[in-house]
Design a protein around this ligand. Structure first.
Ligand SMILES: [Fe+2]
Length: 395
């Protein structure tokens, strides 16, 4: 794997070179001073991953990544930046697969690049071939794309965001249902879309709209599969809330790990919805079998050697452009040993939350490899929640 680092400051590139030399890894590395030099390099040499600074004279990081996306779409695009300005970061959403904050420990950088390559392998590899047999996967919800565009363009106003969401009455209704549910509720009732926008903020709004839109897409198809849409939605919210609660406050990039844990938990079973749309007969049969045998759906899926709903969901979110961390956590939520690294990250949080909400023990072998301090911390959180009054515990 070849990784290209781009920065306008030679001393930053030299420091990266030294750090990677001290901690050698399996990648070939190259360095480019500025966007133009990076594009030049990519014209001459194939490259798997680009890691770029955000603010550079001439061509900045988002513009460089936009051009790379157009000319070399298979290259993984990562931002490594000291910028914490939310407006600036928003410009890179949609063109960057992953954000990293400077200073970034070399172990974190290595893990992120390795994960990016594992996710690309997932998208290109055997799962893709298996999924090829499934007729059609749902397309990315239009409202989600529009919200992404509005959020990336500039600081969109609450009115603009609300007017985008209001275009679809069914999705608006489901968004309000989610935002006002006992499981999600974060202080006060949400009765209109604009309040939801203001209270939730752009990122959470976008994720909830994505979830609401996918549920709406699957509503009719789900009826024939024996699965209950309201139960699935409540389950998704409970996994999301628990994953967010147990994910560590430290994160791999801007915004920390908790928001991503919530998103990945919310979308962990999005593959079930995708299969309801794409292969309802198969889903109905497997769901009936799982119920008759009193085993979880993924066990029946794996016994049939088809892709599980987890893999279908991870694949779908990868194609839709969600972050590598989310894709990995969703694709592996029933097979956590496939996660890159053994820190207690988003993948671990979603696996543990999903298992506990399903009433099953998390994978003991995997958990044994996680840091002891994190396991103790999660135990404390869980016992505090058990001791809390029902409303707070549900949240
Ligand atoms: Fe699942």
């Amino acid at each position: 794997m070849r990784v290209l680092f781009v920065d306008d400051e030679p001393c930053v590139l030299e420091a990266l070179g030294r750090a990677l030399h001290v901690a050698p890894c399996a990648w070939a590395v190259a360095f480019a001073q500025g966007g133009a030099a990076a594009l030049d390099y990519l014209e001459k040499t194939t490259c798997d991953v680009v890691v770029t600074d955000m603010r550079m004279p001439g061509m900045d990081g988002p513009e460089l990544l936009r051009q790379i996306r157009a000319k070399h779409p298979d290259v993984v695009r990562i931002v490594l930046s000291a910028q914490t300005d939310e407006g600036e970061n928003l410009r890179a959403i949609g063109v960057a697969h992953q954000f990293l904050a400077k200073p970034c420990p070399i172990a974190t950088l290595r893990q992120v690049v390795d994960r990016a390559s594992a996710v690309r392998a997932l998208l290109r590899g055997p799962i893709r071939r298996a999924i090829g047999a499934i007729d059609r996967l749902p397309s990315v919800p239009r409202l989600y794309t529009e919200l992404n565009r509005a959020l990336a363009a500039d600081r969109a106003s609450a009115d603009e965001l609300a007017s985008i969401v209001r275009q679809d009455l069914a999705i608006s209704a489901r968004l309000l249902q989610i935002a006002g549910s006992a499981v999600y509720s974060r202080g006060g009732k949400v009765t209109d879309v604009r309040t939801a926008v203001v209270r939730l903020g752009g990122d959470v709004l976008r994720n909830l709209v994505l979830s609401a839109a996918v549920f709406e897409q699957a509503r009719t198809s789900l009826r024939s599969t024996g699965l209950d849409i309201d139960k699935l939605q409540e389950h998704a919210l409970r996994v999301a809330a628990l994953a967010e609660a147990i994910a560590p406050r430290r994160g791999l990039g801007f915004g920390g790990g908790n928001g991503e844990a919530f998103t990945a938990g919310l979308l962990a079973d999005v593959g079930v919805l995708a299969l309801a749309v794409s292969a309802p007969e198969r889903l109905r049969e497997l769901n009936a079998l799982a119920q008759a045998q009193h085993v979880p759906l993924h066990e029946v899926e794996l016994a049939r050697e088809g892709p599980s709903h987890a893999e279908v969901g991870g694949y779908l979110l990868g194609v839709w452009g969600l972050s590598d961390v989310t894709v990995e956590a969703v694709a592996n939520h029933h097979a956590p040993k496939r996660n890159v690294g053994r820190d207690f990250g988003v993948g671990a949080a979603v696996h543990v939350a999903s298992a506990l909400i399903d009433g099953a023990p998390p994978d003991a072998g995997y958990v044994a490899e996680l840091p002891r301090a994190d396991i103790d911390r999660v135990r404390q959180i869980l016992s505090a929640r058990r001791g809390a009054p029902p409303a707070a515990a549900a949240k």
